[in-house]
Design a protein around this ligand. Structure first.
Ligand code: ADP
Length: 256
């Protein structure tokens, strides 16, 4: 069967007239699908050769035998870059996967407090002296996909550490008001000039390229966060002040 994608457009005029029309967006949807598939396939295909390259480099570096010192140094740099490339492909694959699964259907009940505990454990491996501070004020749960939500929150938390000085605390706060369940990731890091807010969640958009490559980011983190948020009916709010820190909030509509 041929599948069409139609869009219903409703325009209301001041005089009270309403114009309804149906637009055929089949080509737009198909092109977008092809783009996603292409990015997914390329990332997948590039991963295998890269694994071989990293594997050999790792072996040589671990046991250089009589390889001259300057070659070992060069190989260490190559291994570092191969690592970055692997992270980039991992993020690209994950993004194309979550983009294509239109996550609405994921009906797990996600206990955000548990998710944060697990993330705190993960953070303790990379920041043993600066644990993630948890401030759990709500027992509220969210319906959705645990893995997707975990990846979104972990991107926000690792960004918070990445863009803060060593040892400066990062807090994850889970709270609720009358209408929403809200997860705030609060840092006291370098902050962001508000003129960047609108573009931050674009793929590969970076405020400061040198800082980001130094910290090993892929530029895809916030694109992933935005996607996961949208798929869970949540909104991503950004509040930040240059030089004093940022708060990224995921705002979920209350489930009960
Ligand atoms: P990256 O992998 O470069 O961190 P992201 O998509 O996660 O990419 O973030 C996009 C950009 O937003 C980053 O390059 C950085 O400039 C900025 N950014 C994200 N989170 C923070 C934060 N907590 N504090 C300051 N800047 C941030």
């Amino acid at each position: 069967p041929i599948k069409f994608h139609l869009q219903l457009v409703v325009t209301q005029f001041a005089e009270g007239d309403t114009l309804l029309f149906v637009r055929d967006v089949t080509n737009v949807v198909r092109t977008e699908q092809m783009r996603r598939d292409f990015v997914g396939n390329v990332s997948h295909e590039l991963r295998t050769p890269l694994t071989v390259i990293s594997g050999y480099l790792g072996t040589f570096i671990a046991d250089p035998g009589n390889i001259p010192q300057q070659y070992v140094r060069a190989m260490t740099q190559m291994a570092g870059q191969a690592d970055r490339m692997e992270n980039l492909l991992k993020d690209l694959l994950w993004l194309s996967r979550i983009e294509s699964t239109e996550s609405q259907a994921k009906g797990e009940t996600v206990d955000v407090a548990t998710l944060l505990e697990e993330l705190k454990e993960e953070v303790s491996n990379t920041h043993p002296d600066n644990p993630l501070q948890l401030d759990i004020q709500s027992q509220g749960k969210v319906s959705g996909d645990y893995r997707e939500l975990y990846s979104a929150v972990s991107n926000l938390v690792f960004n918070a550490f990445k863009y803060s000085d060593e040892g400066v605390p990062v807090t994850a706060r889970w709270r609720q008001d009358e209408r929403n369940l809200i997860l705030d990731i609060v840092d006291q890091g370098i902050g962001i000039d508000p003129r960047h807010f609108a573009r931050l969640t674009e793929r590969f958009y970076r405020v400061d390229d040198s800082r980001s490559s130094e910290t090993g980011g892929t530029g895809l983190g916030l694109a992933i966060v935005k996607h996961v948020a949208a798929a869970h009916g949540a909104q991503l709010d950004i509040d930040s002040k240059l030089g004093s820190g940022s708060t990224f909030s995921l705002v979920f509509p209350s489930q009960d």
